[in-house]
Design a protein around this ligand. Sequence first.
Ligand code: ADP
Ligand code: MG
Length: 363
Amino acid sequence: SDPARFIDIQKVTKRFGSVTAVDAVDLQIARGEFFSLLGASGCGKTTLLRMLAGFESPTEGEILIDGQPMAAVAAHRRPTNMVFQSYAIFPHLNVGQNIAYGLRKERLPKLELKKRVDEALEMIKLSGYASRRADQLSGGQRQRVALARALIRRPKVLLLDEPLGALDKKLREEMQLELRQLQESLGITFVFVTHDQEEALTMSDRIAVMSAGNVLQVDDPHSLYERPSCAQVAAFIGSMNFLKGKVRGRENGHAVVEAEGLGTIRAEAVAGEFGEGAPILLAIRPEKLAITDSAERAPLDNYVGAIEGKIAAASYLGDRSHYYVTLPGVQRPLAVAAQNVDRETEGWLQSGAPVWLSWQPKG
Ligand code: ADP
Ligand code: MG
């Protein structure tokens, strides 16, 4: 089958009574890809994953895996396996028994089974833990055991439904790296569900951003961040300032727009129509804004503007600082993220201080 369409979701809809959980979704996932479904709670991620696993069947549409239609294939016969958010491991069994449970239906000879369990333990970096009781493990170790139990069947596709959701931030970040490395070394296809955009950006080859049962955009992390296809994606991925405006014309592939508070400026036309007079949303990332104490000191290279405003609030976050700046004629303060703000500069970056904003229109 076509490796770019290893998983081929064709116009798949799932309704529960009057609720449309998944709405005519078309999605192709490549063989060996780390693919994420990203969206707020209730947008249909789990339902889509459960249809891939065979725990639910589509109301309409079709799913093919490796060229095979899945409609008539029962869950346990599919080339998929699933890891859930809740660890779902048996506390009274030891680690080895928990992992071997994944192979219970295959009736392997004892020696072969032991070999497979040892292999799986090595994968999750828990060699030597086979006889440890599951209830003596930490949260991260338990989730690794759940992972090994799913991997021991050697699925072609691993489905992961918010598998790190129950872990604290530090451990979650460690596990993100481990999972990504594991996926790369095994070379199997991962379909990973998360509501955490940072997690999706860190881990994925590509991401489908979902909302209300629909896929808004499918792209690699960099494109999603730099070229969101609509305001909803722009707001969901990272943080974004939005200013209302109107199109005034075009110039060298850029749109010339009049935006509230900024006057007439050139901006990159990312998505939508850019006819004369059309209403637009100007989207500026907080880290693309620079803040200075005078117009003369505004950065020159790649920056434009220098508009006077006032600091409404400032917060220090160690590796960066966030400022909220009010501009005349703009309702909401603009968020500015600045790195390496030196102490001298911090002094004048207090609430109420007059400042100048400039921005990087591109790059
Ligand atoms: P997510 O995983 O993104 O949070 P879900 O796929 O769990 O979203 O749910 C999508 C929508 O479908 C929600 O409105 C949810 O209430 C509904 N839903 C999910 N499963 C069922 C079910 N078995 N019966 C009825 N409604 C359901
Ligand atoms: Mg869910």
